[in-house]
Design a protein around this ligand. Structure first.
Ligand SMILES: C[S@@+](CC[C@H](N)C(=O)[O-])C[C@H]1O[C@@H](n2cnc3c(N)ncnc32)[C@H](O)[C@@H]1O
Length: 259
């Protein structure tokens, strides 16, 4: 691994050790528009073996467990794996397990699974095409690759403004993609489109801000930038006032088949 990639991985581990508890509790992560819509993309098959890549505290793995035979969750951050293991044991879900690992170099043989899924991870990973490549590699022909991520705008000024705010609030943020870019990367690794949808969702601004470690040092700058939004922004819109402020985002969901 290059020094730059090492440094980014270290930043991811620091950030998600900081967020392990707050992320698992966050109402954002259990909304119908972020969780149920994604789980609905997992075909019911009691014999199917799945992997959840960059699983964090394992919310997706637990939610999809009744639909499939087994799920293994994989994450780079030891604190997230500990949290995922504790929560799945407390919930007494027996067909889900968790391992430390890197989404860009999955330690499993080719064609060894029936499906691979990930949510809110591509925007944390430099060169996200590598994640799609790995998900495709470990899934057998005829199996499924499912991805959801919150996305940015096609307009360059809007996307650049959005990116700055995301990075100030969470230094492990890398780059939000657009729905078209996610589809393009999947095409590049040979995945075949099966289902696609963009679902708007609204979250509590204060909860979002304070979950990220960057808010401790950058809250004032974030507030200033929020007041300078380009008119073209559609994917990261603030509404309401004071403690009632909401962030209006877009979740881009994709399911592909492995040819
Ligand atoms: C925003 S959280 C999403 C967690 C989970 N996917 C969910 O949506 O509930 C991003 C997660 O990606 C993990 N992550 C970032 N880069 C990774 C990589 N290269 N390999 C594995 N996990 C990674 C982080 O440790 C963190 O737990």
């Amino acid at each position: 691994m290059s020094e730059a990639a090492d440094a980014h991985s270290a930043q991811v581990r620091d950030e998600f050790a900081y967020q392990a508890d707050s992320f698992a509790r966050s109402p954002t992560m259990s909304l119908a528009e972020t969780l149920d819509v994604l789980v609905d993309l997992v075909p019911e098959d009691a014999g199917a073996r799945w992997i959840e890549v960059a699983c964090g505290p394992g919310l997706i793995a637990r939610a999809m467990a009744p639909r499939v035979g087994s799920v293994v969750g994989l994450d780079l951050t030891p604190a997230m794996i500990e949290k995922a293991r504790a929560d799945v044991a407390a919930a007494r879900v027996e067909n889900v397990s968790f391992e430390l690992g890197d989404a860009t170099a999955i330690d499993l043989p080719d064609d060894s699974l029936d499906g691979a899924i990930t949510r809110f991870s591509l925007h944390h990973i430099p060169g996200p095409v590598r994640v799609l490549e790995e998900m495709r590699r470990v899934v057998r022909p005829g199996g499924y690759v499912v991805v959801a991520d919150h996305v940015t705008d096609d307009d360059g000024a809007a996307a650049a403004w959005h990116e700055e705010i995301e990075r100030l609030r969470d230094p492990s943020h890398w780059a939000c993609l657009t729905p078209a870019r996610i589809a393009e990367l999947a095409g590049r690794v040979g995945l075949e489109p099966d289902a696609e949808e963009v679902v708007p969702f609204a979250i509590d601004y204060g909860e979002w801000l304070n979950r990220g470690s960057g808010s401790l040092v950058s809250e004032d700058l974030i507030e200033r930038l929020l007041g300078e939004a380009p008119a073209t922004v559609e994917s990261f819109l603030l509404s309401g006032a004071g403690d009632e402020r909401r962030l209006n985002l877009r979740n881009s969901l994709h399911r592909w088949r492995v040819p």
